[in-house]
Design a protein around this ligand. Structure first.
Ligand code: NAG
Ligand code: NAG
Ligand code: NAG
Ligand code: NAG
Length: 398
């Protein structure tokens, strides 16, 4: 009896200690997996080894990349994992500068994870300066696809906080097929002349929050592609960059609807555009609805408020056929500041499918160029107006 009890107690103790050990388990890539912060030793294998163990752990685990500067050739961190995982990046992780080191347009990829956190104050540096001058992907569809710094594919219930992505060769962050994913105190940093470096691009994802984030880049700060649902962009500072965009939509067949977008408490400074929704003419059908842009400050911004359903850069399309993307329930409220282009408000909707339920409330945007004050142009839309309207809504001919 006494012996049996002792065995019971011992096995219980063993169970407790192993659980306690697993719970406090920290997978430090330097201390346990041979990573070196020397910018030479590839972090890839240490990181993948740490990931493999952490992912198999049945208790929550934390992988730590300590302070220091590391070289990482490429890594795809795959799920599903058995318990929540946190990747704590304290150091700076650098990509190879040479784009020919990449066979696929990926650098760091997170695949099929649930309950995932990235934290730690660290930096992912794509070392993209070598490529921007050569990147003609915007004009040439057969260009080599350059790597995206961070890809989140089919990730759910995730928090990415206190992380910086710097000088990506292409988009900084791509969010695809995700659910309930938040970016908090996130930083995107690249110069104004970095081509095609969208800050955070979202597609086919539901429940995305981008909060208290600073984005300086050479393309859209935030861009929402098809299938973006219930997206909140709050407290984002954007500039330099091309603004906050929905679209461009309608280029491809079977695009999913965009529905439920709230952009609020944002400041845009010296950006090429402000808040815009763009769709291609002669497009495939689709919809984008329930979008609110509220409490936004514009400082010297081009096209501060823009709906452009004739989006056709480099004349790659047939402008005679209208866009078949239906836009509805779109509000612009309390948008103030200065424009760097005379056309401060431009709502150019599709002649085939006019916009419905567009609202302009408390707009006060000034322009101080030689041509005269700011103008407001509308086509195929009759917005509901309330509060201040400067420029006077839809007053200039389209
Ligand atoms: C969303 O994800 C967070 C983790 O980042 C989690 O705490 C929260 O419970 C999730 N929300 C829902 C509705 O699942
Ligand atoms: C996303 O933002 C909304 C509104 O601010 C908030 O209610 C929700 O909890 C946020 N979700 C996460 C996961 O932070
Ligand atoms: C608005 O955003 C700024 C960051 O740009 C943040 O500091 C502030 O707390 C936000 N205000 C509210 C009411 O969320
Ligand atoms: C319009 O869009 C807003 C913002 O997403 C949403 O809260 C509201 O329910 C929508 N209204 C209608 C009538 O669809």
């Amino acid at each position: 009896m006494g012996v049996q009890l002792n065995i019971g107690v011992i096995s219980l103790l063993l169970l407790f200690t192993s659980t306690a050990k697993a719970q406090s388990d920290v997978f430090d890539v330097v201390a346990r997996y041979g990573a070196k912060a020397d910018e030479e030793t590839d972090l890839r294998q240490p990181l993948l080894d740490a990931w493999k163990e952490a992912c198999e752990s049945t208790a929550p685990s934390k992988i730590v990349i300590p302070e220091g500067s590391y070289l990482l050739s490429q890594a795809a961190l795959e799920g599903p994992c058995k318990a929540p995982i946190e990747l704590q990046v304290q150091g700076t992780v650098k990509a190879p500068a040479d784009p020919s080191a990449f066979k696929e347009p990926n650098w760091v990829v997170f695949n099929r994870l649930d309950q995932f956190t990235v934290s730690g104050g660290g930096v992912f540096d794509g070392q993209g300066a070598t490529t921007w001058g050569k990147n003609d992907c915007v004009k040439n569809k057969y260009c080599a696809a350059l790597p995206i710094n961070l890809r989140f594919n089919f990730v759910s219930n995730a928090m990415i906080q206190d992380i910086t992505t710097k000088d990506s060769k292409q988009f900084h962050v791509n969010v695809l097929g995700c659910k309930n994913i938040s970016f908090l105190r996130f930083t995107v940093s690249a110069p104004e002349d970095s081509l095609n470096t969208d800050g955070i691009h979202i597609g086919r994802s539901e429940g995305v929050n981008i909060t208290n984030t600073v984005i300086k880049t050479g393309d859209d700060c935030v861009s929402l592609g098809d299938g973006s649902k219930n997206v909140i962009v709050h407290g984002v500072t954007c500039g330099p960059g091309h603004g906050i965009s929905v679209g461009s939509l309608g280029k491809f067949q079977d695009e999913e609807p965009v529905a439920g977008v709230q952009v609020s408490n944002c400041t845009l400074t010296n950006t090429q555009n402000g808040v815009r929704i763009k769709s291609w003419p002669a497009s495939y059908p689709g919809t984008a609805s329930d979008m609110l842009f509220e409490d936004i400050t514009m400082n010297n911004v081009g096209n501060p408020i823009l709906i452009d359903q004739q989006y056709c850069p480099w004349n790659q399309c047939n402008l005679k056929l209208p866009s078949r993307i239906k836009l509805s329930n779109i509000s612009f409220k309390n948008i103030r500041g200065t424009s760097s282009t005379q056309q401060a408000v431009k709502l150019i909707c599709s002649s085939g499918l006019p916009c419905e339920g567009v609202e302009l409330a408390d707009i006060d945007i000034t322009y101080s160029g030689p041509e005269g004050p700011a103008t407001s142009q509308c086509a195929n839309v009759s917005p509901k107006l309330s509060g201040k309207q400067n420029p006077s809504a839809c007053s200039s001919p389209a």
